[in-house]
Design a protein around this ligand. Structure first.
Ligand code: ATP
Length: 761
């Protein structure tokens, strides 16, 4: 057929050259032939050996596209189904929400449902879990579906890009055109065959070269088209394979979707079943609850009826209560005024009562003080009568020498109303001590001296008087006895007082005062006013059987004025200081005694008196263990302890009124024998440190004082003499001597009248 066409195309110019009529016919034919040729050419390329497979391919692709479209539609239907399922799931979710709501409602119905609620809740929870699981699966399926849709869209777009539909149309057109052309060609061919019979020999020879070139050109073009066709076929083949792969993929996915759909159906079925069962349970529970609620309601109604009846009965009582309440309200309103008035009255009464109590109190206090004073007086009287040793306690202030901190804390306190009572706190316990008088730290030297001065002046009346300062080292013994230059102690004040007394009594009395000062250190008696104070002195019994004691070689300095006093005291102090390098260290370990002898003569009666005043600053009474002494110090401490315990022994012998009093056990007691005997007057000044660190020593001193306080020396007697006269001698022999008084030759000579007078003194 191609060969025929080629021959036709080559023969046409020959016809044109032969005649005008033929030329016109040929031109017309050529005009009609050109588009036809182009179409024929196209058709030829499509038809020549390959037109048919391409057509088949296109048909095949069309079928495949249709199938893909069908699959797509099916997938869309499946997606719709899935969407429906999703809607159902939503509905189920709503149902479960309703169930939850019902569950919440059922909660409010009471505790008895809690068990069932719990079970339902657990089931619901399980279902929710399952639902969530299904939801995830559904999401996964949706995702895959989307992927499939994407694939389908890709296929569809590919299909469109290939222009399948247009091609088909175009192809149909071409087919019809081809048919038409074939017919035309057939006509032309028959026409040409007729004409050919006339010109064939010439034209073939003339035009054969041109035709050949045209045929070659056509063939080249034909080859080019063939190549294009091959490429196109290759592309179509690739697409076919791709389509096959996609188809397989789609099949797989469809199978998966079917599987998921089955699972989903199954799950949905299960859920529907469970939902139904839950619905049934819920309905059952609701009906039960409803019944129960109805019962409760009935009970509530019944009780309400009862309450209503009670309410009706209570109404009159309520009215009464309301009235009462109103009355009370009025009272409450008026209450603040009433209360204020009552408070005012009560306050007035109270202040009056307080005033009267205060008046009574002050009256009682003054009475108590008077009583106390009288009691003291009586006590002093009793002490005088009994001859008790008076014990005074002086507490020094806290000094810088005391340790700072807890050890320096004050542990001593005093009674506000009774100046004889002192309290001492030891390890949290408070102990009280009763003395004849106590002196708080603020007490001045004058106040202390005022208390002891009557005793001092009694030596001018012929009494032996002894004042002992007792206490541990540093407790203020020297301060009380010697004092300081600006603030002298008992020693200097006593001498000054005696001098003034002597001058006061000078009208009726002649007095002679002499002073000795001694020190007892390690049981050695030394004269502090002598030329050589290293000489150890002895205490001896006076010759003549008077029983009096004297110290041979002891210096006695006459005292006439203050100058003498100062000189003597200064000398004594100096002797103590020069003898021992460290005065303070030494002074605390020796007893210092100031002995004043007062000799008097009453000018009118000729009565002579001799009184002695012993002012003793004892050595420190602290324990050896505390001082930690050794060697010489230990010996000193032992001597001090021996002499102080000898003093204690003397006091205890006197207290128990033993026949023998061990005066001679120490130099101290031996020297003080006259004052500490039953004829003397004694006063113990206890020095107490208030510091907590010294509490044990303070307690020892106070206990010692407590024991001494109970010692009765007896009624003291004066040591008097009188120049013998005939009158006095005869009457003296009848009068008995005072209680326990040592009978002396001189005592016998005192007349009864005089003795009576003396007794009053
Ligand atoms: N009442 C007081 N007021 C002020 N200071 C005091 C008082 N009593 C004692 N002191 C002071 O306490 C310190 C110790 O006193 P003091 O030397 O008199 O004690 P002491 O008992 O005599 O000691 P020692 O046994 O060593 O002689 C001194 O510094 C003294 O001035």
């Amino acid at each position: 057929m191609v060969g025929t066409l080629k021959q036709n195309e080559q023969s046409l110019p020959e016809i044109e050259e032969k005649s005008p009529h033929e030329r016109n016919t040929t031109q017309e034919l050529r005009g009609a032939q050109r588009p036809l040729m182009a179409k024929v050419q196209e058709t030829r390329t499509q038809q020549e050996g390959k037109t048919y497979p391409a057509k088949r391919q296109a048909e095949h692709e069309t079928t495949r596209d249709y199938k893909v479209q069908l699959q797509l539609m099916r997938l869309q239907a499946e997606a719709r189904q899935l969407r429906d399922k999703d809607d159902k799931r939503h509905t189920m979710c709503e149902h479960s929400a309703e169930i939850r709501q019902l569950e919440g409602d059922s909660h409010s119905h009471g505790k008895e449902w809690s068990q069932e609620d719990h079970i339902l809740h657990t089931k619901l929870h399980d279902m929710q879990d399952m639902l969530e699981h299904k939801q995830k699966e559904h999401e996964e399926m949706c995702r895959k579906l989307q992927e499939m849709q994407c694939h389908a869209e890709e296929i569809s777009s590919l299909h469109t890009s290939l222009g399948g539909t247009d091609l088909e149309k175009h192809r149909d057109l071409l087919v019809s055109e081809n048919e038409r052309l074939k017919q035309e060609l057939h006509q032309l061919r028959s026409q040409r065959d007729c004409e050919k019979k006339q010109y064939v020999v010439k034209t073939v020879e003339v035009e054969s070269e041109k035709m050949k070139a045209a045929v070659n050109q056509a063939e080249a073009r034909n080859n080019h088209l063939q190549e294009q066709m091959d490429r196109q076929n290759q592309v179509v083949q690739d697409m076919k394979w791709q389509l096959q792969r996609e188809q397989q993929e789609v099949n797989k996915l469809r199978a998966q979707v079917a599987l998921y759909a089955a699972e989903l159906d199954h799950a949905q079925e299960q859920m529907v079943q469970e939902f139904r069962s839950m619905q049934e349970e819920k309905e059952l529970a609701v009906s039960e609850a409803f019944e129960r609620a109805q019962e409760e309601m009935r009970a509530v109604h019944q009780s309400l009826d009862g309450v209503r009846k009670n309410l009706l009965m209570l109404q009159p009582a309520l009215r009464t209560l309301t009235n009462d309440y109103n009355v009370l309200k009025r009272q409450v309103r008026d209450f603040p005024d009433l209360l204020c008035g009552a408070i005012r009255e009560a306050r007035d009464e109270f202040s009056q009562a307080v005033k009267s109590v205060q008046a009574t109190n002050s009256e009682l206090l003054s009475k108590y003080r008077r009583e106390l004073y009288l009691r003291k007086e009586c006590h002093n009287q009793l002490v005088r009568l009994r001859g008790n040793i008076r014990v005074l306690a002086r507490v020094r202030p806290i000094t810088p020498e005391d340790e700072t901190g807890a050890g320096a804390r004050n542990v001593v306190s005093f009674d506000q109303d009774d100046d004889g009572i002192l309290y001492i706190t030891n390890k949290g316990k408070i102990q009280s001590f009763e003395m004849d008088k106590t002196f708080p730290p603020r007490t001045t030297q004058e106040e202390v001296f005022d208390e002891v001065s009557p005793l001092i002046t009694s030596c001018l009346d012929g009494y032996n008087v002894c004042i002992l300062a007792y206490g541990q080292t540093g407790s203020g013994k020297t301060y009380s006895m010697e004092g300081t230059a600006s603030n002298p102690g008992i020693n200097q004040r006593a001498l000054r007082l005696l001098l003034s007394e002597v001058s006061e009594r000078s009208r009726s009395w002649e007095h002679h005062l002499s002073v000795s000062m001694v020190e007892i250190y390690n049981e050695t008696l030394r004269d502090l006013l002598g030329s050589d104070c290293n000489i150890s002195l002895d205490i001896k019994m006076a010759p003549g059987g008077s029983g009096e004691l004297y110290v041979p070689g002891l210096t006695q300095c006459n005292v006439r004025n203050m100058h003498d006093i100062n000189k003597i005291l200064e000398l004594g102090r100096k002797q103590r200081a020069t003898e021992h390098t460290n005065l303070n260290a030494h002074s605390s370990r020796s007893h210092a005694l100031l002995i004043l002898t007062a000799k008097g003569r009453e000018t009118s009666t000729g009565i002579c008196t001799t009184g002695k005043l012993y002012l003793v600053d004892l050595a420190g009474s602290e324990r050896v263990s505390r001082s930690g002494a050794a060697g010489e110090r230990l010996r000193e401490a032992q001597c001090i302890n021996r002499s102080l315990s000898a003093l204690g022994d003397v006091f205890s012998a006197l207290r128990s009124q033993q026949a023998h009093v061990p005066y001679r056990n120490s130099k101290l007691t031996y020297l003080l024998q006259e004052a500490l005997s039953r004829d003397g007057k004694a006063l113990l000044l206890l020095q107490v440190s208030p510091a907590e660190q010294n509490v044990n020593e303070s307690l020892c001193s106070l206990r010692f004082g407590d024991r001494v306080r109970s010692v009765e020396l007896g009624v003291p007697s004066r040591k008097i003499e009188q120049q013998p006269t005939s009158a006095t001698e005869s009457s003296e022999s009848d009068s008995p001597s005072p209680r326990g008084a040592r009978p002396t030759s001189l005592r016998k000579k005192v007349p009864a009248s005089v003795r009576q007078r003396i007794g009053h003194l």
